[in-house]
Design a protein around this ligand. Structure first.
Ligand SMILES: [Zn+2]
Length: 64
């Protein structure tokens, strides 16, 4: 999944493993955020459940 760093605007990808982690966290607590670390500036970008729900596949995973 492609995202963009909230700090430096660098586009980067989350691995399937990271996405699976995020889905697990967000399924437990829909108000939680997943911290994705930017490979360039090393700061984290907070991803809400909504960031994943816009992808049909991840939306399905969240509903399972
Ligand atoms: Zn960055």
């Amino acid at each position: 999944m492609q995202i963009k760093c909230a700090q430096c605007a660098m586009p980067f990808a989350l691995s399937n493993e990271q996405v699976a982690d995020a889905i697990a966290i967000l399924k437990n607590d829909s108000h939680a955020h997943y911290d994705a670390q930017c490979p360039k500036c090393r700061r984290s970008t907070k991803l809400s459940k909504k960031s994943f729900e816009i992808h049909p596949l991840y939306k399905k995973m969240l509903e399972e």
